[in-house]
Design a protein around this ligand. Structure first.
Ligand code: AMP
Length: 306
């Protein structure tokens, strides 16, 4: 039987300073949990666990609630919200991190209520791997654990990340991160090595080129949708993860390799909608029809006319 399950999302909530070719956007609301929650709420009920400082934007919390996202697990701590700054190359593909300030994240201890610990499906968004592990410790045996991470933690906390991997079912990272994590350049062999360390399914995001899925049945590829105009790629990865897990949560009870592959299509479609605006502007107003229309457009990319 298929049921729509609530999803627990843990991750960062942030202020981002974005240097885009079109201009600089300071204090833009971002964060892995913010993007992923807006994205996943297009498909299912979401419950977030995160921390913000006393400077965070109340309007964003209200916008999340409006989309059926429970924000009761968002702790408002004394101090400044997590802050990230990044600069994009003119082609909007390359990106460098200019600054990361953990601020209230430095002392964050995730606190899960029953509504969080009993969620059957969890997305461990990009945060310190120790916090990701603490969330799993506090849960009552989730059916599906999806995790995201990034270079910052792969190089900064390799042992903590290695200890987390056996507890993760689906790991989502980009190609550069897969090479760094495995120490192997060839993407296929890198994927095999990472899957050997824990996750049964590995998704490797390749930016504008789409994403690859590796599992025990083989490899699956979804192309990126070639947009006429990309405005801001920030949050594409988190929106992908949110769309992916949201689709899976809406198919609880029949998640198999086919559904996982379809979820990748939905994740890709969600991410392509996100990058059509600055920050969370697009993903926070996303409706299922927008995503489905993009899924159809993506499918036409690899369906040969008869
Ligand atoms: P993405 O473009 O999908 O990689 O995600 C960008 C978002 O991740 C931004 O909104 C940042 O606030 C957030 N972010 C960047 N670095 C980190 C980090 N080290 N830990 C948690 N969140 C981060």
């Amino acid at each position: 039987m298929t049921t729509r399950a609530p999803v627990l999302i843990v991750g960062s909530m942030a202020f981002d300073d974005l240097e885009l070719p079109t201009g600089t956007f300071a204090n833009t609301v971002g964060g892995s949990a913010t993007y992923a929650s807006f994205a996943a709420s297009t498909f299912t009920e979401v419950r977030v666990v995160a921390v913000v400082g006393d400077d965070f934007d109340a309007g964003t919390l209200a916008a999340l609630e409006t989309r059926g996202v429970s924000t009761r697990g968002i702790e408002r701590a004394k101090g400044k919200t997590f802050r990230w700054a990044g600069r994009y190359d003119a082609d909007l593909v390359g990106r460098v991190t200019l600054d990361t300030q953990l601020n209230v994240f430095a002392d964050f201890q995730p606190k899960l209520g029953n509504e969080h610990s009993q969620c059957p499906i969890v997305l461990l968004g990009n945060i310190h791997p120790t916090l990701q592990a603490q969330v799993l410790d506090a849960m009552t045996g989730p059916e599906l654990v999806v995790a995201d991470t990034m270079n910052f933690w792969i190089t900064g906390e390799p042992e903590k990340l290695a200890a987390l991997l056996p507890r993760v079912h689906v790991l989502i990272i980009n190609d550069e991160e897969a090479r760094e994590l495995s120490g192997i350049h060839n993407i296929r062999r890198a994927a095999a090595e990472i899957r050997r360390r824990g996750p049964h399914t590995l998704i490797i995001k390749r930016g504008e080129h789409g994403a690859l899925l590796f599992d025990e049945t083989g490899i699956f590829a979804v192309p990126g949708y070639p947009l006429e105009e990309v405005i801001d790629p920030t949050g594409a990865g988190d929106s992908f993860a949110g769309g992916f897990i949201g689709y899976l949560a809406a198919h609880r009870g029949k998640i198999d390799p086919h559904v996982l592959r379809t979820a990748m299509l939905y994740g890709t479609a969600t991410a392509s909608r996100c990058v059509e605006g600055v920050g969370t502007s697009k993903v926070q107003t996303l409706v299922l029809g927008d995503v489905e229309a993009r899924v159809v457009q993506i499918r036409t990319l690899f369906e040969l006319p008869r």
